[in-house]
Each structure stands twice: as C-alpha cells, then as structure tokens.
Design a protein around this ligand. Sequence first.
Ligand SMILES: [Zn+2]
Length: 215
Amino acid sequence: MLMSPCWMPLACTLPMVVSPAHSLPQDTLPRTTAEASGWARTSTHADVSTFLEQLGGLYGSARMQVDEVGVSTEGRNLLLVRLGKPLPERADLEACGDRLRVLITGNIHGGEVEGKEALQQIVREMVTGQHDQLLEKTALFFVPVYNADGNDAIARTNRVSQNGPDEGVGERANGQGLDLNRDFIKAESPECQALLALMNRIDPHLYVDLHTFIV
Ligand SMILES: [Zn+2]
C-alpha cells in the first residue's frame, strides 16, 4: 500500500543527526521509549512528558524548561520545550533578544513517529551540554507531540507499510478527526489555535515540521 505523501505548506525538511542509543554518554541518562524497547515501541504522550520531567530533574532548568501551551481535544497537554543558553525566560519575542528563533513540531501526523523520537534525543543532548555553541546563538522551541491524541491512538493496523515500530503507531488525524497539517488556515482544532498563538508570540525565523515519508 502506498501512503499518501505529506504536504507541508509551511515546512521544510532538514537532516537530523542524533546519537544512537549505544553511544549514550552515560548509562544513567533517561532513555526514550523507542530506545528502551529496542525500537519496538514508540513513545506515548505520557512517555514524552515523563522523559522530559526526568531530564529536568537531573539537569535542572539551566538550558531547558517545559511549558504547556494548549490542550488537545481529548485533554492532553500540548508540551512546549524551551531551550537556550542562557534559557529565554519566556516563550516570547522579547525574551529571545537577538538570537535566531526556531520552532520545531513533531508528530503532526500521529503515526509519523521519527521526529518525536529524534526531538527527545536532541533535547537530551542539549541539556547535557553537547550543543552549547548552538544554544548560545538560538532560542529553540520544540513541540514534540503536536498531535497528542493521534499519537496515542496506537495500533498495529496504522501505517502498515511503514517499517516499524513493530508494536504500532498512532493515527494521522487528531481527536476531532482532523488532519492538523490541513488546519493552518481554518484553525478549527485546539492544537492549531494553540500553535498559532505560540507563533504569534515568538515570531520564529524558522519553522520546521517533522514528517515521515515512505518510499
Ligand atoms: Zn506527515
């Protein structure tokens, strides 16, 4: 079965380089659900929230803070990871000074899990000091589970032509049955309304929306 390609009117595609699980700098670092399961499972919304809480507990708020900027149709919090060195005090334009403002969303299509998993790994690398040169020049805003309801509707019958994870992935639509990547103009979803409000506050120079594409 061929999956329909993603159409991304506001997005671009960037290569993402993250450390594989076997090269983690310390065994004690929190692991993502994908890493801990040998790539058999993908993270639920709660898993991502817990992972970020663990990182925050271990490394404090010197480089990272997690905010909640909205609520999904089914009541899941829209997590926003704010990063920088020093950390911008708020998610708004004035707090970022003259640094490059970058907004990245993962999982707009709930079954497309790679961006969500990669963002967690990148956050871990950042809070452990691996990318301080980047953090000194940028204010980064990650929404790793933008479509939280679709993400958690995990079933082995979703995206069956995709090569894993074996225990299934979420579904494309949000809790209202809307494709969030088609909602940026009409803004009928609470997720899009929250994201647009965030965009208006931080006015990002660059917005990257992460998808998975099957060829
Ligand atoms: Zn997509």
